[in-house]
Ligand binder design. Structure first.
Ligand SMILES: Cc1ncc(COP(=O)(O)O)c(C=O)c1O
Length: 426
């Protein structure tokens, strides 16, 4: 361990050089990410700092995990206090903890009543770690619901999903995916899914059969290119789900928790799903925390002791972060801020697009803005932005993703716009 020098010479955890960091990672880590050549040593608010004193405005916000801004002081304080006061260790799930109880109460009441057709008997929350685990919980729930309530033969359940979706990287989640790169060589894939084009309601209706138990959809696609579905699509899904007794599940891991200008993206169309998956900003991006939330009736029907579990799912440190992170979202009205700042930024980006020969389309809602470029190579523009002190990456290759922390202010907007202007307008 002699080569890890953990001296407190800020910024950073260690004094090892950037060159050593590249070397260590390349030599000792799996190469499953194509990283940008930047070592971030400190993250605060909307800014990422390097050891040589450079800083980058973070327009990625860890794909919406840092909605509250990096190292939000309230969340950081809650975590530090929990660690210093012995509240934070992973405690076996065979006992109760106050942190979990408080978090469950807070989240289940923050989320509007799921599956209201089953009664206003409250929501229940099943906590996990990374987002994909809660996607799996949602899929398990829809399958079990179909088996128990619709009489579908176990093993025959089908769930409708959408092309270009992104629900994570476990074998189940890549089985749901239409992206070849995610799947090739990892077979056999998990059966039980049928995919149709995002936004195509008629295609959804056409694939429903006696074994269909649910629909899993991102209310706006994130990784798939930052697309909003056509107006009325989500409402149409709701109607189809009601007519055919299907569970409608929204994966709001990337677009929920204020990102698009509402606490939950489904609120834009006032379409309430039967279940929702949340993650990322649920803990303010501090520790992995995700949840599946559904109506009490559904949760109780599907899960009894022994039917699910996770060592770290709902452990105290995560719940303490979750409690503080939800408070920050509500107290600082970050959804409202996303609407306000998103409208200003979107307008300015539209103005740049009108003068740019590179921009094909600007789309999005709140602080979830995609700039699709004509040459299909968003990363070529992101590399230039990086040199100007702005971190962004692509969505689906062709779209520059602008999704900064929701605490963004107008000065930050000017900073972003100035750099986009330089890169997009010749
Ligand atoms: C919509 C959506 N679902 C699921 C996931 C997977 O979450 P995680 O990477 O935390 O497992 C992501 C991650 O980007 C996502 O955007």
């Amino acid at each position: 361990m002699a080569d890890v020098k953990t001296l407190n010479t800020a910024p950073g955890f260690s004094t090892i050089s950037d060159k050593e960091i590249f070397e260590f990672e390349h030599k000792h880590g799996a190469h499953h990410y194509g990283r940008l050549d930047v070592v971030v040593r400190r993250a605060e608010g909307v800014w990422l700092h390097t050891q040589d004193g450079n800083k980058y405005l973070d327009c990625l916000a860890a794909y919406s995990a840092a909605n509250q801004g990096h190292c939000h002081p309230n969340i950081a304080r809650a975590l530090v206090e929990a660690l210093q006061n012995q509240y934070a260790s992973v405690i076996s799930n065979v006992v109760y903890t106050d942190s979990l109880a408080l978090f469950l109460k807070k989240l289940s009441t923050l989320v509007p009543q799921m599956a209201p057709k089953l009664g206003a008997n409250g929501n229940k929350v099943l906590p996990k770690n990374g987002g994909v685990e809660s996607v799996e919980t949602a899929i398990k729930t829809a399958r079990a619901w179909g088996y128990m309530k619709k009489g579908i033969e176990d093993g025959k359940q089908e769930i409708i999903v959408f092309r270009n979706n992104f629900h994570g990287r476990t074998l189940l989640a890549v089985s749901v995916s239409s992206t070849e790169k995610y799947k090739k060589g990892f077979g056999p894939m998990v059966p039980g899914f049928v995919d149709v084009d995002f936004g195509d309601l008629e295609a959804v209706k056409a694939v429903i059969n006696k074994n269909t138990c649910g629909i899993l959809v991102e209310p706006m696609q994130g990784e798939g290119g930052m697309y909003q579905p056509p107006d009325g699509f989500r409402k149409g899904l709701r109607d189809v789900a009601d007519e055919n007794n299907l569970m409608l599940i929204f994966d709001e891991i990337q677009v929920g928790l204020g990102r698009t200008g509402k606490m939950f993206c489904f609120e834009h169309e006032n379409v309430v799903p039967d279940g929702i998956v949340l993650g990322k900003a649920l803990s303010g991006g501090m520790v992995p925390l995700s949840c599946f939330v559904t109506n009490t009736e559904i949760m109780d029907a599907v899960f009894q002791p022994g039917r699910d579990g996770s060592t770290f799912g709902g452990y105290p440190l995560a719940c303490i972060a979750g409690n503080a992170a939800l408070d920050v979202l509500v107290d600082e009205d970050l959804a409202g801020r996303s609407t306000k700042m998103g409208a200003i930024l979107h307008k300015k980006i539209d103005e740049i697009a009108a003068r740019s020969s590179h921009v094909k389309e600007v789309r999005g809602r709140g602080l979830f803005i995609g700039i699709e470029v004509k040459n299909g190579d968003a990363m070529s523009f992101c590399s230039k932005l990086l040199k100007l002190g702005l971190l962004a990456n692509d969505s689906h290759g062709h779209t520059i993703r602008i999704s900064p922390p929701l605490i963004l202010d107008e000065e930050n907007i000017d900073y972003i716009v100035e750099r986009l202007e330089k890169v997009l307008v010749d």
